[in-house]
Design a protein around this ligand. Structure first.
Ligand SMILES: [Zn+2]
Ligand SMILES: [Zn+2]
Length: 326
């Protein structure tokens, strides 16, 4: 039976900022392979904002839409076939995947064949607003709905991981931002003691990349942002140098070369800001890895100097950033 709840709803595309409203909605019971979760917390990721700015029909996006993909909560009920959780279990939520394609069955579910349709698009199966169908199941979870029907593939059972309700709230951003920054350093860059890591943008992703670089004992960790308080925070979690892009005459490549003459061996780009991306490409060392995570404007084409870029590695994550890391 459908239950009344509330959700933050995007009625239509909105840019540059979101135009979301808190609305009364109804959510249906969990179907086979689904779990009914009462959210206790959700992070907000830039992807929530970007994917409610694209026109109707682009990237499988339709409106009205309920987003949110860094949820944590308590299981209320489970559908048929669910084996990983029981009612009452605390859960942390991440992206959805089919669990059957070649990528999913070789432990690369972030590259699932069905990633865009399952995660950006979601489905109309479970939510209604004033009897009209709404698009939910965003990233398998639509965590901006207080009560949500969640895909079992999106769920991590946290009953043996967390010690309190406050921890369950605190760990909600593990589902996207924190694991993305940490995974970029460990899985994609495989950074180590000899690396010079440059992190552009100090949100959850960038700060997680800095913390993980410190754990990996990287010799130089350069943090770049436009906000002094974030740069200060970056220092406390592992940055060895900080750069403020708003300084007059700021030239990223020049400053990088002063700190590390050979350039950065690992670049973690989380801003999506075109001029920073182009400058950081130039500041990347020979055999360096440029890992692009930030979502650029839809019409942004990268300009790069082909000669200067010889021997710089651009992993697949570069061209498939949305699929790869969000
Ligand atoms: Zn798959
Ligand atoms: Zn995200």
């Amino acid at each position: 039976m459908a239950q009344k709840t509330q959700a933050i709803v995007a009625r239509e595309p909105s840019a540059p900022g979101p135009n979301w409203t808190l609305e009364d909605v109804e959510v249906g019971p969990p179907a086979r392979g689904q779990i009914l979760v009462r959210m206790v917390a959700s992070g907000i990721c830039h992807t929530d904002i970007v994917l409610t700015s694209v026109p109707e029909g682009v990237l499988d996006i339709h409106y009205p839409k309920i987003v949110g993909h860094e949820g944590s909560g308590i299981v209320e009920a489970v559908g048929d076939g669910v084996t990983s959780v029981q009612p009452g279990d605390p859960v942390l939520l991440s992206f959805d995947s089919c669990r059957a394609c070649a990528e999913c069955t070789t432990a690369h579910s972030a590259y699932c064949d069905e990633f865009p349709v399952r995660n950006y698009g979601g489905s109309q199966q479970s939510w209604t607003i004033d009897k009209e169908k709404a698009w939910g199941s965003f990233f398998g979870q639509s965590s901006f709905s207080r009560l949500s029907v969640v895909s079992e593939a999106s769920v991590v059972n946290a009953k043996d991981l967390i010690k309190s309700d406050d921890e369950l709230k605190l760990f909600a951003p593990l589902g996207c931002g924190l694991q993305t920054g940490a995974g970029a350093i460990t899985n994609i860059a495989d950074a180590g003691a000899n690396d010079v890591v440059l992190v552009l943008g100090l949100g959850a992703v960038g700060l997680a990349a800095i913390m993980t670089s410190k754990i990996r004992k990287c010799k130089t960790i350069i943090a770049v942002d436009r906000t002094d308080s974030r740069l200060q925070l970056a220092k406390t979690v592992g940055a060895t140098a900080t750069l403020n892009t708003t300084q007059e005459g700021f030239d990223l490549n020049q400053v990088i070369r002063k700190i590390a003459p050979a350039g950065a061996s690992v670049v973690i780009e989380t801003t999506g800001v075109p001029f920073l991306i182009e400058a950081a490409l130039t500041g990347t060392a020979r055999r360096g890895k440029f890992i692009m995570i930030g979502v650029t404007p839809l019409d942004f084409d990268v300009k790069m100097n082909g000669i200067a870029m010889i021997n710089v590695r651009l992993p697949a994550i570069f061209s498939r950033s949305l699929q790869a890391v969000h």
